[in-house]
Each structure stands twice: as structure tokens, then as C-alpha cells.
Design a protein around this ligand. Structure first.
Ligand SMILES: *[C@@H]1O[C@H](CO)[C@@H](O)[C@H](O)[C@H]1NC(C)=O
Length: 472
């Protein structure tokens, strides 16, 4: 049955992927045709120009139809994101091939391609320039550090002369010692002014709401950190009543915390504080809660875990539309603990996915070369649910200061792991799409995604628990 669910989801994904691909190719063809048309007009070749317009109109209609189709399909798998779609696209290669063959107009458009080539060359020149510039920049920093060293050196030698004149007098010697200390301090801090501390991503935010004592003096086996937004109280209640329920069953302490960013809405903020007074499970930092700030929330989770719950054996980072099959999940973690597993970052992993460089494809997930210059993302675990073992909670937080910010939070955690030399572990039980829990036998499932209705969360929980009570 689990396989059935998977097959349906896979088919759904394929249809979205192929629709998106269609649209993408159509857009490109429409653009090319429009370009060609304007060229033909200036050439005076009106008949061929009109033909191109007709074709472009037809393609536009086709595009609209596909967009609608993809919206319908996307509605069902709305959690899909750019990198994932791209990932799926690669598996849809056969469809892509079919599309690629068909076009006779393509011949006419070949001229346009040569322009594209020229553009590409120009771009690579621009890249080279950028590299040269950054080298120059580093040289400048190095130069200024050297200069400060020289200055500090001359201050030091001047002090050396002063001491000869004043060493006999005890009081002055005290002053002198203080001065020397200052100079030494200056000497040791000079290099820090350059890029050598490596801090490229400080996290200068403060907690507005916090529950610092939550893990104190307790055995915490699992800390659940759920990223949420102010408005999603119903989702949070769904989790509180089901898989995120705090407990201390059989000595396995479970603590749950919801991580939220800042809101400018006073009424919503008051309601959130009231919610926290009741449940004591909200943490909030003072950064704007926006799409491009998503990674700040994850860093805040890592921060909170290392500062206030460093005793947790495992941390689960989840989103507020994640469903966790709690008993198999806990059993699996216990197995890991028995084997004394260290350095664990585990979830549904992606390898070899690439940043979306086309700003019009899915604008929300567009990643510029300034955002992320490399061509391929490191291996990373999907953000809806991943597990971190105790020993790397703090290292992950601390290394985040040295990893350039990227708004895609799960890729960012992957970058931090990469910097620490940690290889993310894949587990098939982490299922990055919706699983309709309406039958038994789902013990293979650890966590699934896109449960956007709290009622559904409750229903799944009841079914899963009822299944456990059935005779095996
Ligand atoms: C992220 O939050 C900070 C702090 O509130 C804010 O200054 C910044 O504009 C936000 N960035 C985005 C892209 O929303």
C-alpha cells in the first residue's frame, strides 16, 4: 500500500514536472519567435514575419493551457520547490527528448542561437572580471593589514624607547605596562580586521519570546524544533495534540518548541504571547519573518538548541506541515543511540541538485550567482524533517557564522555540514511529499510532508495509533 501511495505521488510529480518543462520550452520558443519576428520585420520579410507571429500566438495559447494544467497539479503538490522540481525533471528525460525532436521552426531560429553564444562569451568575460576584482579586493585588505602591523610595530618600538627613560619609576612602569598591554592587544586584533576571522554570517538577533528553562535538569531524548509563522496557531495546536506532544514516556523525554520570526502586527504579537503563556513552547527572534529570511529561522533553531537544550540526544527540525510517525521514529532513533552513532545529519537527501538560474522559471526560488556562485549544491537533507545528533548541534550553529547566507534553509544546513566534513545520511522513511495516512502498515514511514490541515494531522494520528492496537 505504501508503494501505491508512492506511485501516485510520483505520477503526480512527473505530470507537474513535464508541464513545467513544457511551459519553460514554450516560453523560450515564444521569446525566440518574437525576436525573430522583429528581425524579419526590419529585414522587410513580411510573410515569414507573419508566419512567426501566428506560430507565437499558437504557442502562447498552448502555454496558457499548460500553465493552468500545471496549477491544478501543483495545487496538489504545492510543497514542491525549485530544486526538487529540477531533480524530478532529470528523471523525466524521456519526455524531454520527445519534446526536443518535434520542432521544424527550430531551423529558422538557429541564427538566434549564435547570438546566445556571443552572450555566453561575454558572460564568461564578466565572470573573469569579477574574479580579478575579488583578488584585487583581497590584496587591498592584505595591504591594509600589513600597514597596521607596521604602525603597531613602530608604536611598540617607540614604547621600547620610553621604557628606558621611565623604567626606574615604579608608578610610571604601571602605566607603561598598561600601554604595552594595549599595544599587544592591538597587535593581536589587527588581523581580525580583515577577512581572516572568517565571520561572513553573524546572527545579530535577540529573542523576543524565549523559554530558556525548558530543558533544564531533565533528560531530553528528542528536541523537536518546528519552524512556523505567527498566523499558524491551528497548525501548532495540531502538532501539540499529536506527534509533537511533550512527554516523558519510558524515560524518553520529548520537548517541542515552535520557532517564529518577528511580526509588525501588534494584535498578532499579543496573541502569540498569550499562546506562549499557555503552552510555554514558543521562541521568537527579532528578524522579519519572510521567505528570504527562512534560513535565519533555522539558524535560530540551531542557536536555541545549543544554548538552551544542549543535553538533547537528538534534534528534529521540522516544519509546521510535517507529519511524524512518532513510534517508529522514536524506535529508529533509539537504535541509533544504541549504536552510539555520532555526527549524524539524517533525512531525505538530495545530491547534485543545481541552483535555479532562470529568474522567470520559479521566481520565488531564483538563485543568482551572487546568492550562490557554485554550479551545484552540496548534498543536503530536505528541510521538512531532518535529525541532528547531539554532538554536532553546536558545531553546526558555530560554523554558520562562517558560511555565507543562502535563503534556502535546507541547502544552507547542507553547506554548514559540508564545511564540518559531515556527510548527510539518507533514510527512505523521510518522505518529502504528502502521504495519505488512511490505512495500516505504514511503519516504514518516519515523516511526511504537506499536511496543511490540522484536522488531517489529527486524523492521521488517530489512524496510526489505532493501527498499533490491532492484533498483528
Ligand atoms: C530579514 O530580516 C531583517 C531583520 O528584521 C530585515 O532587515 C531584512 O530586510 C529581512 N530580509 C528580507 C529579505 O526579508
Amino acid at each position: 500500500m505504501g508503494r501505491n501511495g508512492r506511485a501516485v505521488s510520483a505520477i503526480l510529480l512527473l505530470s507537474v514536472a513535464s508541464a513545467v518543462l513544457h511551459i519553460h520550452l514554450m516560453q523560450k520558443r515564444v521569446r525566440n519567435l518574437e525576436h525573430r519576428f522583429s528581425q524579419l520585420q526590419t529585414d522587410g520579410d513580411e510573410i515569414a514575419g507573419k508566419e512567426a507571429v501566428l506560430e507565437a500566438t499558437r504557442l502562447k495559447r498552448e502555454k496558457t493551457r499548460l500553465v493552468q494544467k500545471s496549477y491544478r497539479a501543483t495545487g496538489e503538490v504545492q510543497h514542491r520547490r525549485g530544486p526538487l522540481v529540477e531533480h524530478e525533471l532529470r528523471t523525466a528525460n524521456s519526455k524531454e527528448d520527445k519534446l526536443r525532436t518535434a520542432n521544424s521552426k527550430e531551423d529558422k531560429l538557429r541564427t538566434a542561437n549564435s547570438k546566445e553564444d556571443k552572450l555566453r562569451t561575454a558572460k564568461s568575460k564578466k565572470d573573469k572580471l569579477r574574479t580579478a576584482k575579488s583578488i584585487e579586493h583581497e590584496q587591498r585588505i592584505a595591504g591594509s593589514i600589513e600597514h597596521e602591523h607596521r604602525m603597531a610595530g613602530s608604536i611598540e618600538s617607540k614604547l621600547g624607547q620610553d621604557v628606558i627613560q621611565t623604567a626606574s619609576e615604579d608608578t610610571q612602569r604601571d602605566d607603561y605596562n598598561k600601554l604595552v598591554e594595549r599595544v599587544l592587544l592591538r597587535l593581536t586584533t589587527v588581523p581580525d580586521k580583515g577577512s581572516e576571522t572568517g565571520v561572513v554570517n553573524p546572527h545579530p538577533y535577540s529573542f523576543v519570546i524565549n523559554n530558556p528553562g525548558k530543558c533544564e535538569n531533565q533528560d531530553v531524548f528528542l528536541l523537536i524544533l518546528v519552524t512556523s509563522v505567527v498566523e499558524n496557531m491551528r497548525q501548532r495546536n495540531g502538532i501539540r495534540q499529536t506527534w509533537g506532544k511533550e512527554s516523558n514516556m519510558a524515560g524518553l523525554g520529548i520537548k517541542t518548541v515552535f520557532a517564529i520570526g518577528k511580526t509588525g502586527d501588534v494584535a498578532k504579537q499579543t496573541a502569540l504571547e498569550e499562546e506562549n503563556r499557555i503552552y510555554r513552547d514558543i521562541i521568537q527572534e527579532d528578524f522579519d519573518d519572510t521567505h528570504r529570511n527562512a534560513t535565519l529561522k533555522t539558524i535560530m533553531c540551531l542557536r536555541w538548541a545549543s544554548q538552551f537544550c544542549a543535553n538533547a540526544e537528538f534534534v528534529l527540525k521540522a516544519t509546521d506541515n510535517t507529519f511524524v510517525n512518532r513510534i517508529p521514529f522514536m524506535n529508529y532513533l533509539q537504535g541509533l543511540q544504541n549504536r552510539n552513532i555520532k555526527g549524524l545529519l539524517m533525512g531525505y537527501t538530495y545530491s547534485g541538485t543545481k541552483p535555479l538560474r532562470d529568474p522567470f522559471f520559479i521566481p520565488k526560488w531564483y538563485v543568482s550567482e551572487d546568492d550562490f556562485p557554485r554550479d551545484v549544491y552540496p548534498k543536503y537533507t530536505a528541510g521538512f524533517a531532518f535529525v541532528i545528533s547531539n554532538d554536532i548541534i553546536r558545531p553546526l550553529y558555530e560554523v554558520s557564522f562562517k558560511v555565507k547566507y543562502l535563503f534556502i534553509e535546507d541547502v544552507y544546513v547542507g553547506l554548514c555540514a559540508e564545511k564540518l566534513g559531515i556527510d548527510p545520511t539518507h533514510h527512505d522513511g523521510f518522505y518529502p511529499i504528502f502521504v495519505d495516512v488512511n490505512y495500516c502498515g505504514l511503519d516504514w514511514l518516519l515523516a511526511s510532508h504537506s499536511v496543511t490541515e490540522p484536522e488531517l494531522m489529527t486524523k492521521f494520528w488517530l489512524i496510526i495509533n489505532a493501527c498499533r492496537r490491532l492484533p498483528q
